[in-house]
Design a protein around this ligand. Structure first.
Ligand SMILES: C[S@@+](CC[C@H](N)C(=O)[O-])C[C@H]1O[C@@H](n2cnc3c(N)ncnc32)[C@H](O)[C@@H]1O
Length: 240
């Protein structure tokens, strides 16, 4: 199978959006891990006076996690799928949380220009056709010293973690996705994209090559240990 990217991927998310929240609710720890990823940004003062970007916000699960970590911040949440965004917008949000329809590859065209104090990208970068270009754009949107957290399925490279990932996808995720409105295509893409994307050490190195400083890789617990990681990093303070 070929991986989905760009408009094809946005269409697949549009079709799957009505069942997306139900599906992730079946994943133990999904929301808790997003909250952990947002806390790993270590935002001071509840985010007071800060402007944050949730890139690839989907139905707003990562936006809610960011809001929990930084309740006093202004948050701009962006997604390429109109269907996912509609689900996000339908939830209750305080003033200061805004949703924007746009692709990570063309944020300026969507009016998203920054600078941001921090960016959270949960389950996003792996889905882009050009991860290096997206990381370069994110670095450019951060103020110098600004923080990045990328949270995603990124395998260690050990055979056991590849095997667990495939077993969970083919035993649970793809069959559950198949009964939803979008069918199994998006979830087959999920399985394959994780196997083909960077391992955790390779993604750490990709962040360093993209010019980020203080790059750290942190695991999560439970069955996703060795499968899901949060990468935290900073735009160098001297970066102009
Ligand atoms: C797996 S969902 C994760 C949503 C949310 N961050 C969360 O943690 O629940 C990935 C989201 O990224 C969006 N996405 C994928 N590629 C994108 C791109 N190039 N630009 C913007 N959004 C994109 C999809 O539309 C989808 O809503």
């Amino acid at each position: 199978m070929t991986l989905l990217h760009g408009p094809g991927l946005a269409d697949a998310f549009d079709r799957s959006a009505p069942a997306y929240d139900l599906l992730v609710a079946a994943n133990p720890g999904y929301h808790a891990q997003l909250r952990l990823a947002a806390r790993r940004l270590a935002l001071p003062g509840g985010g007071a006076g800060q402007h944050l970007l949730d890139l690839g916000c989907g139905t707003g699960a990562s936006t809610a996690a960011l809001l929990r970590a930084a309740p006093r911040a202004r948050i701009t949440a962006v997604d390429a799928s109109a269907g996912m965004l509609a689900r996000a917008r339908a939830k209750r949000w305080p003033p200061g949380v805004d949703f924007v329809h746009g692709a990570a590859e063309s944020l300026a065209g969507a009016g998203v220009t920054g600078p941001f104090d921090a960016v959270l990208a949960a389950y996003l970068v792996r889905n882009t056709a050009g991860p290096d270009a997206v990381l370069a754009a994110v670095r450019g949107l951060l103020r110098p010293g600004g923080r990045l957290a990328v949270h995603d399925y990124t395998l260690t490279g050990a055979p056991v973690h590849r095997a667990v990932w495939s077993a969970v996808c083919w035993g649970v995720v793809i069959p559950l996705g198949a009964v939803g409105p979008g069918g199994p295509g998006l979830y087959r893409h999920l399985w394959r994209s994780v196997l083909e994307f960077d391992t955790a050490p390779a993604f750490r190195d990709r962040l360093r090559r993209a010019g980020f400083a203080d790059v750290r890789v942190s695991p999560v617990g439970g069955w996703q240990r060795g499968i899901t990681h949060t990468f935290t990093a900073r735009r160098p303070a001297a970066d102009r």
